[in-house]
Design a protein. Structure first.
Length: 157
């Protein structure tokens, strides 16, 4: 899996004068069964969340309110996604390092996960993640990831 598999998913949106409604159904809008939902809120200005990757967990990230950036990294490529609409979500496959930054005031980040919490599923050390990602991709271990040479894409939603 790589950054190329990270993608924006347009969620169904029912427009109504009383307020809009969007929904998510496992197996329809997202490619996994939802086993856990959690959300981030009241994130202080300048703070970063995430800072990890998952070995087997897939996720869908939604800006339910406000906005933030999701910076993704597969060990060779990076991309940044700007989320600011509750009818758009970011799909993250396995083995993607992520950092969530630039939270607007009052932002709410909802995260749908393909499995229950398991501390053994996390890479919390970036160098450990890089070694695993390079091994997973067949890159020789002596290859050093050079961020300044990495492709960097920005996708605005």
């Amino acid at each position: 899996m790589g950054v190329e598999q990270c993608r924006i998913i347009q969620l169904p949106k029912i427009t109504d004068p009383r307020g809009n409604l969007s929904f998510i159904e496992a197996g329809r809008q997202i490619p996994f069964e939802i086993k856990r939902v959690y959300y981030l809120y009241d994130v202080p200005e300048g703070e970063t969340r995430g800072g990890h990757a998952h070995k087997n967990l897939q996720q869908l990230i939604i800006a339910a309110s406000g906005s933030f950036n999701v910076e993704v990294d597969d060990g060779t490529k990076r991309a940044t996604f700007f989320l600011n609409r509750p009818s758009r979500a970011l799909y993250l496959p396995i083995m993607i390092w992520r950092e969530i930054t630039n939270f607007s005031s009052g932002a709410i980040c909802i995260d749908l996960a393909s499995d229950f919490y398991d501390p053994e599923d996390y890479y919390r050390d970036y160098q450990e993640f890089l070694a695993a990602a390079q091994s997973h991709a067949g890159v020789p271990p002596e290859h050093e990831y050079e961020p300044e040479l990495a492709a960097f894409a920005v996708s605005h939603c």
